[in-house]
Design a protein around this ligand. Structure first.
Ligand SMILES: [Ca+2]
Length: 388
């Protein structure tokens, strides 16, 4: 494919060259990148197609430069495409709030209404949260961006495909119906909660350590490739299953208010916090999660819960299950225990000398005497309401 820069001289690389005598006609050829057609301004001259080198560099994401001293065009495939000077206008930044922000002295350093290559290179961090922005069109120009907070705005789409250096992205609290992060392989933190995604593909984001995708209407979530995940929060979706068997580094797992009928955390030996309340779990095996400090599993359908291996447990919330017994004799570090609305006829807390809060309301205990060893703990907040 002959490469030539025929279009308007913008970087200076075409200055000084003659246009020639041949007729240039717009090309009818179609260009595809990974199956997707790309629109270029291209010309057919003498039977050959000619493209603007900067267009090719942008599409295939390699660096195109111009050394004015030696008058040489440079191609650098070791780095991504860098945009040439960008006019701060309605065409490039359609949203007036975002445009005004970009036009400010923090971004347009010399206040000439144009983003130079150097000015773009300076923009590593953008905090655009809570600004009532309806479109982030133009964010693609900030190719040096590593941190983008655009949470709590009003936009329905977000193109971060050119922001390949991003490692921290918060786009929660918008109206996104889709989010393509397949190009953002450097992402370590992604918060996209409170949107309407329904689908989230994180298979390319193998460096992801924190994912918060709560309340985005997901029916499924595949985290098999995300072996570096430390924190996963996917509360408030419609998940019927969640496979975390590959996520050995998980420390926090919150999958509350879904439709899980089973949850296997036997591989998650580093778990410290597990929240799986308000699902349809009938069993929960936490015997391998010996680092567990907090466990929220209320609002399920469990008849038994074995926490005898979880000696580091400090908080246990298992309200609204169908537990007939609860053995907390090994959990000497327990500070807070909520086990209301179960079928308990008795509860022995005599070993729980660090207990500060106990709620065993609405069980089947006849009187407070059914709570054994209460005086031995340091319980300061004890709730005992009328029993079932
Ligand atoms: Ca400028």
């Amino acid at each position: 494919m002959p490469l030539a820069s025929l279009a308007a001289a913008v970087g200076g690389e075409m200055q000084g060259k003659g246009a020639g005598e041949k007729e240039a006609l717009p090309t009818t050829s179609k260009i595809f990148l990974e199956g997707r057609e790309i629109k270029f301004t291209a010309y057919n001259i003498g039977g050959n197609n000619y493209f603007k080198l900067r267009d090719i560099g942008q599409a295939f994401d390699f660096g195109v430069g111009w050394d004015d001293a030696t008058r040489v065009i440079t191609i650098d495939t070791s780095k991504g495409y860098t945009y040439e000077s960008i006019a701060i206008n309605e065409t490039n930044f359609s949203d007036p709030v975002f445009r005004a922000y970009v036009a400010g002295p923090e971004i347009d350093l010399n206040q000439d209404g144009i983003l130079s290559v150097d000015e773009i290179e300076e923009v590593k961090v953008l905090d655009l949260s809570k600004m009532d922005i309806t479109s982030l069109q133009g964010i693609e120009f900030f190719t040096a961006l590593v941190t983008l907070d655009c949470a709590d705005n009003l936009f329905v789409a977000l193109d971060v495909s050119k922001n390949i250096n991003l490692y921290w992205l918060n786009c929660g609290g918008n109206q996104l119906t889709a989010l393509d992060i397949s190009k953002n392989i450097n992402l370590e933190t992604l918060a996209c909660f409170n949107n309407q995604l329904t689908v989230l593909d994180i298979s390319k984001n193998i460096n992801l350590e924190l994912l918060d995708c709560c309340s985005v209407q997901l029916a499924a979530l595949d985290v098999n490739n995300n072996i570096n995940l430390v924190i996963l929060k996917c509360d408030g979706n419609q998940l019927r299953a969640l496979d975390v068997s590959k996520n050995m580094n998980l420390k926090w797992l919150f999958c509350q208010s879904n439709q899980l009928t089973a949850l296997d955390v036997s591989k998650n030996i580093n778990l410290e916090r597990l929240g799986c309340s308000n699902n349809q779990l009938t069993v929960l095996d936490v015997s391998k999660s010996i680092s567990l400090k907090t466990l929220w599993c209320s609002g399920n359908q469990m008849t038994v819960l074995d926490v005898s291996r979880n000696i580091n447990l400090e908080w246990l919330h298992c309200n609204s299950n169908q537990l007939t017994t609860l053995d907390v004799s090994k959990n000497i570090n327990l500070v807070k225990l909520e086990c209301s609305s179960n079928q308990l006829r008795a509860l022995d807390v005599s070993k729980n000398i660090n207990l500060e809060m106990l709620d065993c309301t609405y069980n089947k205990m006849a009187s407070e005497a059914a709570v054994v060893g209460l005086g031995k703990s340091v319980t300061i907040d004890f709730k005992f309401e009328p029993q079932k």
